[in-house]
Design a binder for this molecule. Structure first.
Ligand code: AMP
Ligand code: MG
Length: 427
């Protein structure tokens, strides 16, 4: 999806006259949510051992070449290619040996002289190839017979062939992976500059909500969105603070919003964003002076999703229905949250699959459906099985799904065998 961030004007405050009529398309909502998210400022230095999963604050340049010195890629014999003149086989005298971590001088070089060498050992001066052990016959008395002439550089890993000094090895905004850590360690980097962890407040609205473990009344339900949000944000770059649930009253919602406003980078609420008589979030946000930029999205599920600024915080209002909350979180909110954390790769990756189902949908809405896919060998595209019956209150289909298919607004009927877009769940 190609979205122009510049096209979004932050001053387009949709509270007030346009508020409730404003309906953004899904791509517009993604772009607006992103424009509402402010990338972080500060940075901190952490030990490499503590850095995995954090977000790099700056580009990292290679402080040295890698490999640091020419070394053998195999166990064998260091030889001098010019010695392999005339017809095979060639008899060589093994005058010394060198293991990884050892240094030998060039004094061993000489006509048809070889040095036994182990993988990782520094190539002694005067030698320019390594003949692998299995290709040599031991002739006794420290002599080996070689039947094919090596080419220059054979089985030698050259200094800098992996990384030349001063090249860019990781970009600011990358989430530090185990592979980054290994690379940094190989270069002797012991500290890195990372973005501060972002602080996220989660609050749920709903008089009916209780936490697992609490006794449930006949009309009460467990707050599952809390676990959705906490699990999805179990990241080294984030810390989620759970403010529990507030009953459906304007006063309670305002009190909690005032408590968290400005003290967190991101505030995520669940439920109460629609227009029902018990949905107080819009009124509470207005009372608290929030400026919303997304209020309704032409998507299903997830229509009553909201984004805006509440004091210095990014406010994200998720719908209460569990499937709607999950779709809004993964498709709309996560890119904006990643941006707030300073992450460079913020979007979800889309792939093409083949619908193994027929489906009728509403024109004009982007619809997200849980799919399970089979990557049968030989199939060019994975076949997508539709899960669930399309209820935004469902939980099981997403738990069984591998990802979400997105059925665009122009589609009314998805035919069996049609090519459709889907995204795998990240992580
Ligand atoms: P709401 O968006 O508040 O109108 O809620 C829509 C539906 O989602 C209702 O059936 C709620 O009971 C349910 N719901 C709201 N919040 C949650 C939550 N945190 N966990 C699970 N279900 C919820
Ligand atoms: Mg509610």
């Amino acid at each position: 999806m190609n979205i122009q961030l510049d096209a979004i004007r932050p001053e387009d405050d949709c509270f007030g006259t346009v508020s409730d009529r404003q309906m953004l398309s899904f791509p517009e909502a993604v772009a607006t949510a992103l424009a509402t998210a402010v990338p972080p400022g500060g940075r901190e230095t952490v030990a490499l051992s503590q850095s995995t999963g954090r977000v790099l604050a700056t580009d990292v340049l290679a402080p040295s070449a890698l490999p640091r010195f020419d070394h053998s890629a195999m166990d064998g014999y260091a030889v001098h290619c010019a010695d392999f003149n005339g017809r095979e086989p060639w008899m060589l005298e093994v005058v010394s040996s060198v293991a990884a971590g050892e240094v030998t001088s060039g004094q061993h070089a000489g006509f048809r002289k070889a040095v036994g060498i182990n993988t990782g050992a520094l190539i002694p001066d005067g030698f320019d190839a390594v003949v692998v052990q299995e290709r040599c016959s031991q002739m006794g008395s420290g002599r080996i017979l070689v039947t094919s002439a090596p080419r220059e550089g054979a089985n030698i890993r050259r200094r800098g062939e992996d990384v030349a000094a001063d090249t860019l090895i990781a970009s600011g905004g990358a989430e530090i992976s185990p592979h980054h850590s290994a690379l940094f360690a190989a270069m002797g980097i012991k500290e890195v500059s990372v973005r501060p962890r972002i602080r996220i407040a989660y609050l749920a609205t709903g008089t009916e909500l209780r936490r697992p473990g609490e006794p449930l009344g006949p009309a009460q339900i467990y707050d599952s969105n809390c676990f959705l949000v906490q699990s999805a944000l179990l990241k080294h770059w984030a810390e989620v603070h759970d403010f529990g649930y507030v009953p459906d009253t304007l006063e309670a919602a305002v009190r909690l919003l005032e408590e968290v406003a400005g003290s967190f980078d991101v505030i995520i609420s669940s439920g109460g964003m629609s227009h029902g008589p018990m949905d107080f979030m819009r009124a509470a946000l207005k009372t608290c002076g929030a400026r919303l930029s997304v209020l309704n999205v032409k998507m299903r599920p997830g229509k009553p999703s909201a984004f805006g600024r509440l004091s210095d915080s990014l406010f994200i209002g998720l719908p209460g229905n569990p499937m709607a909350a999950a779709v809004a979180l993964t498709q709309l909110a996560m890119p904006a949250i990643r941006r707030t954390a300073g992450i460079m790769k913020i979007g979800n990756a889309w792939e093409v699959g083949v619908a193994d189902f027929e489906y009728r949908k509403r024109l004009g809405l982007s619809e997200f459906v849980p799919v399970r896919f089979s990557d049968q060998s030989g199939d060019l595209f994975p076949s997508l099985e539709l899960l669930g019956k399309g209820s935004s209150g469902s939980l099981l289909p997403l738990a069984q799904a591998d990802g979400l298919a997105c059925l665009g607004p122009d589609l009314e009927v998805v035919q069996h065998g049609a090519a459709i877009q889907f995204t795998r769940f990240r992580d």
